[in-house]
Design a protein around this ligand. Structure first.
Ligand code: NAD
Length: 376
């Protein structure tokens, strides 16, 4: 979006300064305006009707401008009628995991959004691509780098678009930090820290504590947010990582990592430290630059986020992040707007996750990374 960013556009519009004059000055905005009148909204089918679909994605789809909840795919037949009634979903748009592939012949479904346990992401994303549907795959993208490659390949082969459910790339505080870093508003970033953690309790049999289903513990779940913060907070991919693992409740975290710290080096000379845990509550990022600093706290919750810089507080209006995210992806499909969280970004993060586990397995060795500009 060239000179005027979507963030600036959203901010301007939310202040009520929009209108015909501003729109006519921006060709892409005119296209958006036309599309609103002429083009249908894209139909989204949610695969997996667990807590994220129930409490975040489905309600957000009610607010979306460019897509809507058109279908469901569930392994729990009792949920079908409840969802059909609540969201006015026709019987023809209800699928089980078994008959899911027949979604290929359903023209009212444009996007399949995979919201299942991590080990099921690759299978359903690939099946969705083969059915000719655009794909949003929840984070972490998959449980191995090879699976990420397979998803990317399947989407390329089917000529469908692919995005990872990284909602923060559509979120205004995060976008503002990216701008501050990209434009070097506070000079060069010298140090970045990021923590993404919550204290897990309850059912010890939940899939997040089962490595076969989750692929790993805190690192796979919240760690990807800390990795993402370290990257957008420096504007660079790391060139090395050194990691440590800690455990204070081994009886509860029998199968998955509880707490991990990791240090990154960046080619600019910046370095960073991340922490992720299923044992403590912390959610923030901080960047120290040669001419100032920035901070988000919280940095990766559902919002509203909050931010400060050495020049003052940040303040943006709050909208559901998932609404912004799904509309961004729909506009990517409809209008060729940028894909703010492409598959390569999810794959890059899995390469870093793998390197962190490798560092720990090798007694906290430094692991070199050769990511280039992947996912930036
Ligand atoms: P959940 O446990 O609430 O729901 C999981 C769903 O998968 C349920 O509907 C369950 O019936 C179904 N399922 C199918 N096979 C299963 C199996 N073998 N074991 C367990 N459940 C099975 O989980 P959730 O919180 O909705 O998370 C789903 C996905 O969404 C995960 O990949 C998670 O990382 C991601 N997520 C992302 C965000 C975000 O902010 N982007 C937030 C929460 C969850």
């Amino acid at each position: 979006m060239n000179n005027i960013t979507r963030r600036t556009f959203n901010k301007t519009m939310s202040k009520g300064i929009g209108g015909a004059t501003l729109l006519s000055a921006m060709p892409w905005a005119c296209a958006m305006g036309e599309q609103k009148q002429d083009k249908k909204k894209l139909g989204v089918a949610l695969v997996g009707l667990g807590s994220y679909s129930t409490y975040q994605l489905a309600p957000s789809l009610m607010d979306c401008e460019y897509c809507y909840l058109a279908g469901i795919v569930t392994g729990t037949p009792e949920k079908e009628k409840i969802w059909q009634d609540k969201y006015n979903i026709p019987r023809t748009n209800v699928y089980s995991y078994e008959n899911f592939d027949t979604i290929a012949s359903n023209d009212s479904i444009d996007i399949v959004y995979v919201v299942l346990p991590n080990s099921m992401h690759a299978d359903f994303s690939i099946r969705a691509a083969k059915a000719g549907k655009h794909v949003i795959c929840e984070k972490p993208m998959a449980v191995t780098v090879e699976e990420c490659d397979a998803i990317i390949e399947a989407c390329k082969k089917a000529n469908v678009k692919l995005s990872v459910g990284y909602r923060l790339h559509s979120e205004p505080y995060t976008q503002e930090i990216k701008r501050l870093v990209d434009e070097k508003v506070f000079g060069n970033v010298q140090y970045i820290s990021a923590e993404a953690a919550y204290r897990s309790g309850g059912n010890p049999d939940q899939w997040r504590l089962n490595k076969a289903l989750s692929g790993g513990g805190a690192l796979m779940n919240m760690g990807v947010y800390a990795i993402q913060s370290a990257i957008y907070g420096t504007g660079e991919n790391p060139i090395s990582v050194t990691a440590q693992e800690f455990s204070s409740r081994p009886d509860y975290f029998k199968d998955t990592d509880e707490t991990i710290t990791a240090q990154f080096e960046f080619s600019s000379g910046a370095f960073g430290n991340i922490m992720t845990s299923h044992n403590t509550n912390v959610n923030r990022m901080y960047g120290s630059c040669d001419k100032g600093w920035f901070e988000l706290n919280p940095a990766s919750s559902y919002g509203p986020l909050a931010g400060k810089t050495s020049s003052g507080d940040l303040s943006f209006p709050h909208e559901r992040q998932q609404k912004l995210q799904m509309d961004d992806f729909a506009r990517h499909i409809l209008n060729d707007a940028p894909n703010v969280a492409p598959g390569e970004m999810g794959k890059r993060d899995m390469i870093i996750v793998k390197a962190i586990y490798e560092s720990i397995a090798k007694g906290n060795s430094k692991i070199e990374l050769k990511l280039g500009s992947m996912g930036l």
